[in-house]
Design a protein around this ligand. Structure first.
Ligand code: AMP
Length: 380
């Protein structure tokens, strides 16, 4: 019996455990939150990631370690890696944790990126604004997610306010100024690389955000084959450069037919949730296959899928259950503003069928704005 240890016990760990059950796997999650939602049916080791005694117990009880949360301290990942196999490797985790390191890597690999510059002081911010140009976004290098730790700078008049908002973070997690990209669309590649180096990618996914949080994902994205191909090649170069093992996501902006890499997530990703019902083998199962050294699964999509995120609170479940290809995911979390509490995936064999299902669900749940962008794209 193999036990997979997961650092972080949120919905990603929960969906990973659900995918691992048919493979006969056991799980142990480590999380400091006693109410971590994966712990509703996965054993929990409740402790801080820096607690060495707890890390030692965790290492003793599991055969392999992976992550549901990328902001696990790199030292803890390294400490574990000296005792038990850890995938992805701690270096890959460290690069993906730092917006400056990941953007520098993308650039080295010849992948397009928005102009960017490191910012440590107020004077740096002025210099960076001249170098990068305005409008721009000042972001924390580390520990930012879902649009948190970001300040949008429209003109020079906003520089003081941006510095006031994020100066306290400059020493702790560092800052980066990035050119604002007036993108046409946002897409992501969810891909997997095995222990033997085999690489597979899911079809390109188009994503829409609301206040910096993913709202809807549509896959396969309707885009020219060349765009699919260059996104996939970019993901492959990143994975190979980091000797990455497991599933990861590369988020990209599309501007005038060109791709600009925004960031990578060194884990299963929200924009890959559609693969549970919409692909032959889901991102969760493929992540487990990769970290365990099993054969990778087929990443081909089944028809077209749209995932809708439920942020803050769940809407009326039965509207989705009533759909012929409606799939409901309740993460078992209590409602809270800005919190991801669940998602739904609608799947269909043909684009028009999926667009009609989105219209019905959007109208019944009074969420027309959320379903409109993917429904419009499906009809384009
Ligand atoms: P991030 O946390 O970097 O993924 O940012 C969250 C969202 O903010 C992205 O998905 C975009 O919608 C938006 N965003 C972030 N960076 C930029 C940028 N440089 N230009 C335009 N929009 C951005």
């Amino acid at each position: 019996m193999i036990t997979v240890g997961i650092l972080g016990g949120g919905q990603l760990a929960r969906m990973m455990a659900l995918a691992g059950a048919p493979l006969g796997l056991r799980f142990l999650v480590m999380d400091s939150a006693a109410d971590a939602c994966a712990a509703q049916f996965v054993p929990l080791l409740g402790a801080d990631y820096r607690d060495e005694d707890a890390l030692a117990e965790f290492a003793r009880r599991v055969d392999v370690v992976t992550f549901d949360f990328e902001n696990v301290p790199a030292e803890s990942a390294e400490w574990l890696a000296a005792r038990v196999p850890v995938f992805p490797n701690p270096r890959a985790l460290a690069v993906a944790q730092d917006r400056l390191a990941e953007k520098s890597l993308f650039r080295e690999l010849g992948i397009g990126v928005p102009a960017f510059a490191a910012v440590e002081t107020r004077a740096d911010l002025d210099r960076a604004a001249r170098e990068v140009g305005l409008p721009a976004i000042l972001k924390t290098r580390r520990l930012g997610y879902d649009g948190k730790g970001q300040f949008r700078i429209r003109s020079e008049a906003d520089l003081d306010a941006a510095w006031a908002a994020l100066a306290a973070q400059a020493d702790r997690v560092g800052l980066i100024l990035e050119a604002f990209v007036p993108f046409d669309r946002e897409v992501s590649v969810v891909a997997v690389r095995g222990r033997d180096g085999e690489f597979r990618a899911y079809p390109l996914t188009e994503n829409w955000h609301e206040s910096g949080i993913l709202s809807a994902s549509l896959a396969p994205a309707s885009a020219e084959a060349s765009l699919h191909e260059s996104a996939l090649m970019a993901a492959r170069r990143v994975a190979e450069a980091l000797d990455y093992v497991g599933v990861f996501a590369l988020e990209l902006f599309v501007r005038d037919g060109q791709l600009l890499a925004n960031e990578m997530a060194p884990r299963v990703h929200n924009s890959g949730h559609w693969t549970i019902e919409g692909a032959e083998v889901s991102q969760f199962e493929n992540h487990l296959r990769a970290v365990l050294g099993l054969p990778l699964g087929n990443t081909a999509s089944r028809g077209v899928s749209c995932m809708l995120n439920w942020i803050g609170a769940l809407p009326e479940r039965d509207v989705v259950l009533d759909e012929a290809s409606g799939h409901w995911h309740d993460y078992g979390k209590s409602p809270r503003e800005g919190r991801k509490v669940g998602h739904a995936t609608l799947r269909a064999d043909a684009p028009e069928e999926l667009a009609a299902a989105l219209d019905r669900v959007g109208a019944a749940l009074d969420r027309r704005e959320q379903v409109a962008p993917p429904a419009t794209r499906l009809r384009a």
